[in-house]
Design a protein around this ligand. Structure first.
Ligand SMILES: [Zn+2]
Length: 139
């Protein structure tokens, strides 16, 4: 139930609609690689592009993030942990040759989708040229 609720957040749905309209196909809420112990929102496996959709509140967006006045310290700690986890995921994936795109709730979904489209095209192109040279992609 929780996972389902998470899937249907507004910003993520808006982005997915735009990606779909551009003809892009992707996996949702999946582990990009089996030994990454968490899931990523939108994954283009063959192009090695991972998209994280971040809510301004939960991920303490630099533009709109602010801790509620009550239990402020508890919230600050919660946000600190969320941000640390976000950074860790990006670092992990980048080290393995993934392109990580972070989409904020406040970003225009159409613009984000076009950015992702370009990254996916570039990622596929890279995979193809490596295949043509007869070697495995690095990482
Ligand atoms: Zn924001």
């Amino acid at each position: 139930m929780r996972a389902q609720a998470r899937l249907d957040t507004g910003p993520e749905l808006a982005l997915r609609r735009k990606l779909h309209a551009l003809g892009l196909r992707y996996s949702l809420q999946t582990r990009p690689e089996p030994d990454l112990r968490r899931t990523v929102d939108v994954v283009f496996r063959s192009a090695r592009v991972a998209v994280e959709v971040r809510g301004c509140f939960w991920h303490a967006c630099p533009k709109h993030g602010s801790a509620p006045k009550t239990h402020a310290e508890w919230w600050m700690e919660k946000f600190r942990r969320n941000k640390a986890r976000d950074r860790e995921t990006v670092r992990w994936l980048t080290a393995r040759g993934w392109k990580v795109i972070v989409v904020w709730e406040h970003d225009d979904p159409g613009r984000s989708a076009r950015l992702i489209q370009r990254a996916v095209a570039a990622g596929r192109g890279k995979g193809l040229s490596e295949a043509l040279r007869g070697r495995e992609p690095e990482g």
